[in-house]
Design a protein around this ligand. Structure first.
Ligand code: FMN
Length: 162
């Protein structure tokens, strides 16, 4: 059973969760790299509008081809109640390789349910499991580990031997 953990992260929260998941699975976390700058207030405001509209951004070619693994765990920050544009781009680019997929997202406090359902609609089928992490939970590594274990356990129950 091979698994790829791929995620986009602007300020590091989603990357932290991705690394914890990957460490538990003994695999690497693959960053989804957005091309072009996303700095400053203007960049983040534009990102929120793009996310809300369901737009995608330009992303770099992945280091690991998701079509070569059994399961992809895909992570995004919640932007305006939606996935980040880079994650929309990843779904569009790799849709055929995402037949076995799980989603996770990090958020301030609200919007994760909408972001996850948008990802599901964009992909065209439901994920095997989902995980939502609030940013204030990320500093508490014990609680985060428990949440991640529950997520991976859901995946095992879904028939994935992670
Ligand atoms: C453009 C933008 C839009 C955001 N929209 C939301 C939102 O709708 N709901 C929410 O709870 N948090 C929102 N946040 C906060 C992020 O989801 C949260 O800080 C997340 O953990 C960031 O992940 P990252 O550090 O991996 O980029 C937003 C942040 C940005 C930059």
């Amino acid at each position: 059973m091979t698994t790829l953990v791929a995620s986009y992260s602007l300020t590091g929260h989603t990357a932290t969760v991705a690394t914890s998941i990957a460490d538990r699975l003994g695999t690497k976390a693959e960053p989804i790299v957005e091309q072009g700058a996303r700095g400053g207030l203007l960049g983040t405001a534009a990102g929120a509008v793009s996310a809300l509209l369901g737009s995608k951004s330009a992303i770099a070619a992945p280091l690991h081809d998701p079509s070569t693994v059994d399961l992809v765990i895909l992570g995004t920050p919640v932007w305006a109640g939606a996935p980040a544009p880079a994650v929309n781009a990843y779904i569009d680019r790799h849709r055929d390789a995402l037949d076995r997929v799980a989603f996770f997202c990090t958020q301030g406090k609200v919007g994760a349910a909408g972001a996850l359902s948008r990802m599901e609609r964009r992909l065209g089928h439901p994920p095997l499991a989902t995980l939502v992490v609030n940013e204030d939970e990320i500093g508490d590594s014990g609680a985060l580990d428990d949440r991640i274990e529950a997520f991976l356990s859901k995946l095992r129950d879904a028939g994935d031997h992670t």
